[in-house]
Design a protein around this ligand. Structure first.
Ligand code: GLC
Length: 430
């Protein structure tokens, strides 16, 4: 599935020639850079337009190799390529959680990015710094929202829920009332329940919002087996087959968005990319929804919790065109590219000034409120668990999936999970 995205038609040879004398990347004019990236939302469709200005300025081309939508599958593929020291791939688009596990395969960008890192939120740059090496440049950040149908809430005299209990109650009430009126396809709440990294994100939010910690704490303490986490998972399990379809256990982001965008859900948990698509011309919910922070749990330490997501670009140590690839990476992380992405894909920039940019805010009015959400977002425990993060996460999402499917009680699942995590930790998180 190789999708070639040349913007040759857009290139003016006069401009390319002019640029050739000024920059080092331009000196390598005519190079084709291979970029691998996830293929969720409008990312693939927008890619040609996103890279066209860089192609035009430098006289180089970019080929996009789209990856599976699941970040977990993508990680598996990247690991194979990197272990084989694949020289055909120049740039990898990387998830925020992968930096510690993949660091050794990527070029240190500290020096090349010295002039621009100050433009980005420091915590995001820090998340991509491993043992003092900047292994990837942030291109967008991610913090989820509760998407809600303004028309349905108004029709049924409901407020935007601020707690999970209110969400459960409101979702059930509107679902019942709508179905009674013949709206037979409607569901109360859709989210990501498939056994993959996305479920780790959803379940971390439930647990943290009930004051149940963040699976493994920043100091390495395994905290996941606690009564508040049990309570959170029990509530989520109660949604399956009531306010959420049984099928939610196989949903990733795009399946949830599919139900939502055909008008068949009152609430959805999803990332910012779903906002512009939901307001697209082909969307049944265009102009009929808004977003709010995710609801608060119950008990001591209850809070609204959003899992911190986000994507970066890393230069492969094995690529054959590292200098040109680095130039493209700097472009993709730049204000120009991040603004284009924010306006066309609805992604949250990592560049601070773009939160005051009128065009960015016009396209995504809620970004003004979201800076606070992502700056307080909960990181997954990729830093304390180092090379074992993927295993930690997969043990976690498997345990949660078992609970949601009714195969195990939350208390039993978390007890076993704790023991498994202790074993991994005992091996030095390797
Ligand atoms: C989003 C987030 C990413 C996360 C993934 C899970 O793409 O940005 O960090 O791992 O969703 O599905």
């Amino acid at each position: 599935m190789l999708h070639i995205t040349k913007a040759a038609a857009l290139r003016s040879s006069a401009l390319a020639a002019a640029v050739a004398v000024v920059g080092s990347a331009a000196a390598a004019q005519g190079v084709t850079i291979t970029y691998v990236s996830g293929a969720v939302g409008a990312a693939v469709e927008n890619f040609d337009r996103l890279v066209a200005p860089w192609e035009e300025r430098t006289g180089n081309d970019v080929v996009l190799v789209p990856m599976p939508a699941s970040t977990t599958d993508q990680f598996g593929q990247y690991r194979l390529w990197l272990a084989a020291q694949n020289g055909d791939i120049d740039l990898y688009q990387t998830d925020v959680i992968w930096a510690p596990q993949l660091a050794e395969h990527f070029v240190d960008l500290t020096e090349a990015a010295a002039g621009i890192v100050d433009q980005h939120f420091p915590s995001i740059v820090e998340s991509q710094t491993v043992n003092g090496r900047l292994v990837a440049l942030p291109i967008f950040t991610d913090a989820p929202a509760l998407y809600y149908r303004t028309d349905l809430l108004e029709k049924h005299g409901a407020e935007v829920p601020t707690t999970w209990a209110e969400l459960t109650e409101t979702a059930q009430r509107i679902q019942d009332a709508e179905r009674a009126e013949g709206n037979s396809e409607i569901w109360g709440f859709v989210w990501q329940g498939n056994a993959y990294e996305g479920l780790t994100c959803n379940a971390l939010e439930w647990i943290k919002s009930f004051g149940g910690g963040q699976i493994v704490e920043p100091d390495g303490t395994i905290s996941v087996n606690n009564p508040q986490a049990v309570e959170a998972l029990e509530l989520a399990a109660s949604w399956v087959g009531t306010i959420s379809p049984e099928g939610v256990l196989a949903y990733q982001e795009e399946e949830a968005r599919g139900v939502w965008q055909t008008g068949n859900a009152v609430f959805m948990r999803n990332w910012p990319y779903a906002y512009l698509l939901g307001n697209g011309e082909d969307s049944a919910v265009r102009g009929l929804f808004d977003v709010a922070p995710l609801p608060v749990g119950e008990g001591e330490g209850a809070t609204s919790a959003a899992t911190l997501g986000g994507w970066n670009v890393a230069v492969s140590r094995y690529g054959r065109n590292q200098e040109v690839a680095l130039d493209l990476a700097l472009y993709l992380a730049s204000e120009e590219a991040q603004k284009q992405r924010a306006i066309n894909e609805g992604n949250l920039p990592t560049i601070m000034s773009l939160y005051e940019d009128p065009e960015v805010l016009e396209a995504n009015p809620y970004f003004e409120r979201w800076q606070e959400v992502f700056l307080n977002a909960v990181p997954r425990p990729s830093a304390p668990t180092q090379n074992a993060y993927n295993q930690v996460s997969s043990l976690f999402w498997s345990a949660v999936h078992d609970v949601l499917s009714g195969n195990q009680s939350a208390a039993d699942a978390l007890e076993v999970l704790e023991a498994d995590l202790e074993d991994l930790k005992g091996d030095g998180w390797q």
